[in-house]
Design a protein. Structure first.
Lengths: 96, 499
């Protein structure tokens, strides 16, 4: 896994671009994400079903992982079972 | 990661929303992505190492920047206003390239090189006709160079600054929230395509889903007409453009400008008189001064709308002075002022502006200018006040070193401009046997005023500044040389003073 990899959810429509990552397992809807979609969708875990939002960045508490949602879905993102949280841009007052 | 992702996401989220209006033609995000994918095919077929644009702004600039990104070839927009000899030299530095522009002209300038040339119309048409076929394609992963821009070369020959996908995406992800624009928002882009502000305007507008309204060739009347006609909400201008817009409005040019909420400016020093008038002319608009360089993927410091109004309303000279500042560093970069030996300087002391951050490339084709800790020396001279506001005093290369004493041309020019007969002034170094360098000034006098004598000018400087600042040579000229972005070409003034 390296930055720039596009990962697909096994449980929903979510797709993310990896901006930053380490050796852990990146999951969506409670199941590991992969570069290809499985033939049969995995069940969506209730604890990870808050959904992803288009264009949002998701990070872990240590700043080791950063994912950009490029296709939204019903699952929510986690690494090794720990939920990721959104990271907001710091919008400029319309400078360009 | 590839900058084309920005357009892919916009087209995924809002394929049918209008992305671009140019010469009366409307393009949706879906249209632009399809054309960029068509351009990818053209670029791959041409087997080129660059995609160059030698043309005014148009849809071709948008299609080319993303097409080149998908193909993994640097996009290199060129300044079509340069003299032929300079353009020929630049075209020789990017062979072989797919060049978009006037075919005859390019043939004449660079016929001996192996360029593939398309007119604007032909490029756009072919890019549209080539039907995208997703599965068969291998798009570039975006690990390399997205854009190569030749710097304006006000002090030396143009340098090839390179911006990687990671620099540009670092800037966009850090400062723009995806899809944050309202459907009624429209940004008027009038900066030429070869300027970093023109490129960052495209990228940030597309990622925020803000409609781009392009004005390929600036005129105050054309600008005012588009603001009214397209209900423009955001605009970026360089200081000379703003001065001309206000001038036209004062002379009675009409235009409905009430839709304008945000006016940003940058790219050169804003005269105090112009910004004061602008604040009065556009009472509803928020003004932002954006300071950035080609090598920093655009903006690194900002003076925001509230700070403009507060400065204008304040009686405190310190707060009022902020109107001429660059504002504060944006949250995603660090800025330091350093002295001659590289030491960080405290507030209030002038030195060279250094910047560090993901968006900072600081890289030229030949070599990187970053130091071992990732800091980029901007070659801009300035200082930061106690409250963190950054002030620019000029290019570090413009500093006059007289007998070991450093002098900023700006402080001398500011004094000269207080003379009622002086309309414009430029101070620069002239060679001196005794001092190494000494001060020379070129002065443009105001219409209807008597020519001041040389002694009067020298006395004025002597009365206000240290005697070392007193000009050794004073020349009177009809006008000072500026480039089309309003940057003073000091090396040309130096030539005049040396002659």
């Amino acid at each position: 896994m390296k930055p720039g990899t596009r990962l697909k959810s096994a449980t929903c429509d979510t797709e993310v671009m990896v901006i930053r990552c380490a050796d852990g397992t990146i999951e969506c809807g409670g199941a590991p994400m992969g570069e290809a979609k499985p033939a049969e969708p995995a069940p969506l875990a209730a604890d990870f079903s808050a959904g992803t939002l288009m264009g949002k960045r998701y990070v872990d508490a240590d700043g080791k992982y950063e994912l950009l949602c490029v296709k939204p879905g019903k699952g929510s993102l986690s690494v090794d079972g720990v939920a990721l949280v959104t990271k907001d841009a710091k919008p400029l007052p319309a400078s360009d | 990661m590839n900058i084309a992702l920005l357009l892919e996401m916009a087209a995924e989220a809002a394929p049918d929303r209008v992305a671009l209006v140019c010469d009366g033609r409307r393009w949706t995000y879906g249209d632009l992505l399809d054309a960029a994918r068509g351009a990818f095919e053209l670029i791959r077929q041409s087997q080129v190492e660059y995609v160059a644009l030698l043309d005014e702004s148009s849809e071709a600039a948008v299609i080319a920047v993303f097409g080149a990104a998908l193909a993994g070839v640097p996009y290199c927009p060129l300044n079509y206003r340069l003299p032929d000899a300079d353009l020929a030299a630049l075209l020789g530095r990017i062979t072989p390239a797919l060049v978009i522009g006037d075919e005859e002209g390019i043939q004449r300038l660079a016929g001996e090189h192996d360029h593939t040339v398309f007119s604007r119309e032909e490029f756009v048409l072919k890019a549209q006709e080539t039907v995208p076929d997703d599965d068969a394609r291998e798009y570039d992963p975006g690990e390399g160079i997205a854009i190569q821009l030749f710097t304006s070369g006000t002090t030396a020959a143009p340098k090839a600054a390179i911006l990687r996908h990671s620099n540009l995406l670092g800037y966009i992800f850090g400062t723009v929230e995806f899809g944050s624009a309202d459907e009624a928002d429209a940004a008027l882009v009038v900066v030429p395509p070869y300027h970093i502000a023109g490129i960052s305007a495209l990228l940030s507008s597309i990622y925020s889903l803000r409609k781009i309204v392009m004005l390929p060739s600036f005129s105050p009347e054309g600008w005012l007409a588009l603001v009214g006609g397209e209900a423009v909400t955001n605009a970026f201008v360089v200081p000379t453009m703003l001065a001309r817009i206000i001038d036209a409005m004062e002379k009675g040019a009409s235009g409905e400008v009430s839709s304008l909420r945000a006016i940003a400016y940058g790219g050169g020093k804003m005269p105090l008189e112009v910004i004061q008038k602008a604040l009065e002319r556009f009472p509803e608009a928020g003004f932002t001064n954006a300071y950035g360089l080609t090598e920093t993927s655009s903006t690194i410091a900002l003076l925001g709308p509230d700070e403009h109004r507060d400065a204008l309303a304040s009686d405190d000279p310190k707060v009022r002075a902020r109107l001429t500042s660059l504002g504060k560093p944006i949250p995603t970069v660090e800025i330091e002022i350093r002295g001659e030996n590289g030491e960080a300087l405290p507030a209030g002391e002038a030195g060279e502006i250094y910047v560090r951050g993901e968006q900072v490339s600081g890289e030229y084709k030949e070599k990187s200018a970053l130091d071992s800790e990732g800091w980029f020396p901007t070659r801009d001279a300035g200082f930061m006040d106690e409250d963190g506001y950054l002030f620019l005093s000029g290019r570090a290369d413009d500093v006059i070193v007289r007998g070991g004493e450093n002098m900023s041309p700006g402080e001398i020019e500011d004094v000269l401009l207080t003379h009622p007969a002086v309309a414009d002034a430029c101070a620069c170094a002239i060679p001196s046997v005794e001092w190494g360098e000494t001060v020379g000034v070129a002065i443009v006098t105001r219409e209807g005023h008597a020519l001041p004598c040389e002694t009067e000018i020298k006395d004025l400087v002597r009365a206000r500044l240290r005697s070392s600042r007193v000009p050794e040579k004073v020349v009177f000229v009809a006008e000072l040389p500026y480039n089309e972005m309003g940057k003073l070409l000091r090396r040309k003034v130096k030539d005049v003073l040396a002659g």
